[in-house]
Design a protein around this ligand. Structure first.
Ligand SMILES: C[S@@+](CC[C@H](N)C(=O)[O-])C[C@H]1O[C@@H](n2cnc3c(N)ncnc32)[C@H](O)[C@@H]1O
Length: 504
C-alpha cells in the first residue's frame, strides 16, 4: 500500500488561480501572437491539482472541454472527485498519479497547468514536469508553470532555514506552524540586524492571512528549490519549449520601471536577459511563466484582439461623475489603486475610459463599448475607438492597468428580481466561507453572506427571500436588525454581485 504523502496528512487549501484560467491563457497566447486552441473546446491537464479547486470552475464553465487533474495525494484526489460528482461534471477526471509516472498514452493537451508544484518537488519531478510539457503539449498549446524565484527567495530562504533548524531542535512540538510563526515574530522584534527585522516583519505580514497548511508546505516542506528565471527558461528550452511571456504582463516591460532602469536595460535586446535584470531589481520571489513549443509561428494579432476581446479597466475617475447629455470636460484624470495617473483630453478618449470605468470591473466587449459611448455621449465612430484602444489601450495593458478577455465571464454584477448564485460557489458555501467567483478568484464571505449565497437559486424572488429573513428575525425576537433587515440583506446581495458571484 502507498505511503501517505505530506498532503494526505495536511491537505492544502482548495484554490482557484485566475492567472491559470484557460480563457486567460488563450487571451495571453493571442496577445503574444499565437493561435491557441479555443478554450471552449479543448483538452486541459493540471499537474499537482490538489483538491481540484482550479479545474472545477473551468469544467463547469466549458462543458465541451475535457479536463484531467493528477496529484500524488489520495486524500486530495478523493476530495476533488467527490466535488466533481456532486456537481455532476462529466468532463472532468481526477486521478491519483505521480508526475514521474505519467503514462504516455494520455495524448496531447491544449493547456497544461502546473501551479505551486515545481519549486516544492525533487529535481527528478521537476524534470518530469518539463518532460510532460515536451511530450503532451499540443502543437499550438500553452503551458503555465509557477515557481519560486531568486534572488527574492534567498531572503525568504534565510528565514526558512531558521524555522527548519528550530523544528529539528523541538521535533515533538505539536503546533509546528505556530512555532514557526512565533520564531518569525521573535526575529521581527529582536533581531539585531535591521535588515533581518525587516525581512521577518514582511514575512509575518505575508503569512498573516495565509492558513497554517500554506506555511507547513510552502515554507517548511522538505523540498524547496527556488531558481533564477533565466535558469528555468534554459531548462524549458532544453525540453523543446520556448518562453512566451509572464502572466503578470506588466513585469515584462522595462518601461514600467524608472526611466533610468528603462534606459539601462533597453541596451539588452534579449527579452530573457531584460526580465532577469528586472527580477534582480524587483527582488522577485515568484513567477508564473507561459511556455509554448519552440518553433511555433508567432504573428502580430493586436488589431484583431482590440476588435474582438472584452476589456476591463482598473482605474477610476478622479473628478465627479459626468452627466450624460452635457458637454464633455476638456480634461479628465483616472487613477489606479496603486496611484498611477492617466490624464486624457481628447473627447472620445475621455468618453471611452469613463465608460469602461463605470463597468464595476465587468469586462465589456468593444462592440458594447461603442454602443454605450454613443448612448451616453452621442459620439464615437467604431474606427476611432479601435484606434484609441490600439494605442492607449495596449500601452495601459502593458502597464497592467487594463486587461483583455476572450471570455467576459458568465457572471453579472447587476441584481435581478430572481438572483442566482454561481452553482459551484453555492456548493462550496455549504462547506466553507471561501468560494470561487466568476473571475476565478477565491472570495472570503461572512457567515451571513455564505448563507445568502446558498439561497439564491434563481427561482425564489428577492422579495420572497427578504420576507423569510424578516419572519426569522421576528421569531428570534431580537429588535436589533429588525428595522434594517431589508437594507442589510440588500447590501449583502450587492456585495455578492460586486464580488462576481451571481450568474448572468
Ligand atoms: C503546494 S500544493 C499546490 C496545489 C495546487 N496546484 C494549488 O496551487 O493550489 C502541491 C501539490 O503537488 C502535489 N504533488 C507533489 N509532488 C507530486 C508528484 N510527484 N506527483 C504529483 N503530484 C505531486 C501535492 O500532492 C500537492 O497537492
Amino acid at each position: 500500500m502507498d505511503r501517505a504523502t505530506p498532503y494526505d496528512k495536511v491537505p492544502y487549501t482548495n484554490n482557484a488561480h485566475p492567472q491559470t484560467h484557460i480563457a486567460n491563457l488563450y487571451t495571453l497566447g493571442r496577445i503574444f501572437g499565437l493561435t491557441p486552441p479555443p478554450f471552449q473546446r479543448c483538452r486541459v491537464l493540471e499537474l499537482g491539482c490538489g483538491r481540484g479547486g482550479n479545474l472545477l470552475p473551468m469544467a463547469w464553465e466549458y462543458p465541451e472541454s475535457q479536463f484531467l487533474g493528477i496529484d500524488l495525494s489520495q486524500v486530495q484526489i478523493d476530495d476533488a472527485q467527490h466535488s466533481a460528482e456532486a456537481l455532476q461534471l462529466r468532463n472532468l477526471h481526477f486521478c491519483k498519479q505521480s508526475i514521474e509516472e505519467f503514462a504516455n498514452n494520455h495524448g496531447a493537451f491544449d493547456y497544461i497547468i502546473c501551479h505551486g508544484v515545481y519549486s516544492w518537488v525533487p529535481e527528478e519531478v521537476q524534470e518530469g514536469i518539463l518532460r510532460i510539457l515536451r511530450d503532451h503539449l499540443s502543437s499550438d498549446g500553452i503551458a503555465v508553470v509557477s515557481y519560486n524565484t531568486l534572488p527574492g527567495w534567498y531572503f525568504v530562504r534565510a528565514l526558512r532555514d531558521m524555522m527548519v533548524y528550530q523544528e529539528a531542535i523541538f521535533p515533538e512540538a505539536s503546533d509546528r506552524s505556530g512555532q514557526a510563526r512565533l520564531l518569525l515574530t521573535f526575529l521581527k522584534e529582536h533581531a539585531q540586524d535591521q535588515n533581518m527585522r525587516e525581512f521577518a516583519a514582511r514575512e509575518v505580514q505575508i503569512l498573516t492571512d495565509r492558513p497554517d497548511n500554506y506555511l507547513l508546505h510552502d515554507h517548511l516542506g522538505d523540498d524547496n528549490r527556488p531558481c533564477y528565471f533565466s535558469e528555468f527558461v534554459s531548462r524549458a528550452i532544453n525540453h523543446g519549449l520556448q518562453y512566451l511571456g509572464d502572466t503578470m504582463v506588466k513585469t515584462m516591460f522595462v518601461h514600467n520601471f524608472s526611466p533610468e532602469v528603462a534606459e539601462r536595460l533597453s541596451v539588452l535586446h534579449n527579452q530573457i536577459q531584460q526580465e532577469q535584470f528586472l527580477d534582480f531589481i524587483a527582488n522577485r520571489r515568484f513567477r508564473s511563466t507561459l511556455l509554448c513549443r519552440s518553433g511555433v509561428t508567432i504573428k502580430n494579432s493586436l488589431e484583431e484582439i482590440v476588435r474582438s476581446f472584452a476589456i476591463r479597466f482598473f482605474m477610476t475617475p478622479q473628478q465627479e461623475d459626468l452627466t450624460e447629455g452635457e458637454p464633455l470636460p476638456t480634461e479628465r484624470s483616472f487613477v489606479s489603486a496603486d496611484g498611477a495617473l492617466l490624464t486624457v483630453s481628447d473627447p472620445l478618449t475621455i468618453a471611452l475610459f469613463d465608460t469602461l470605468a463605470k463597468q464595476n470591473d465587468k469586462p465589456l466587449f468593444v462592440s458594447e463599448l461603442v454602443q454605450k459611448i454613443r448612448w451616453r455621449f452621442g459620439i464615437g465612430d467604431a474606427e476611432g475607438i479601435h484606434h484609441i484602444l490600439l494605442n492607449d489601450g495596449i500601452r495601459l495593458f502593458t502597464a497592467g492597468l487594463l486587461t483583455f478577455h476572450a471570455d467576459a465571464g458568465c457572471y453579472t454584477t447587476e441584481i435581478s428580481a430572481h438572483p442566482q448564485a454561481l452553482p459551484l460557489s453555492r456548493y462550496q458555501a455549504q462547506q466553507s466561507n471561501r468560494v470561487v467567483n466568476g473571475r476565478h478568484q477565491m472570495v472570503a464571505l461572512s457567515a451571513e453572506e455564505a448563507t445568502l449565497l446558498q439561497i439564491l437559486d434563481g427561482e425564489t424572488s428577492w422579495h420572497t427571500i427578504l420576507q423569510r429573513f424578516r419572519q426569522q428575525q421576528e421569531k428570534q425576537e431580537t429588535d436589533q436588525e429588525n428595522d434594517n433587515t431589508e437594507k442589510i440583506w440588500l447590501e449583502r446581495l450587492h456585495h455578492l454581485a460586486r464580488e462576481a458571484l451571481l450568474l448572468r
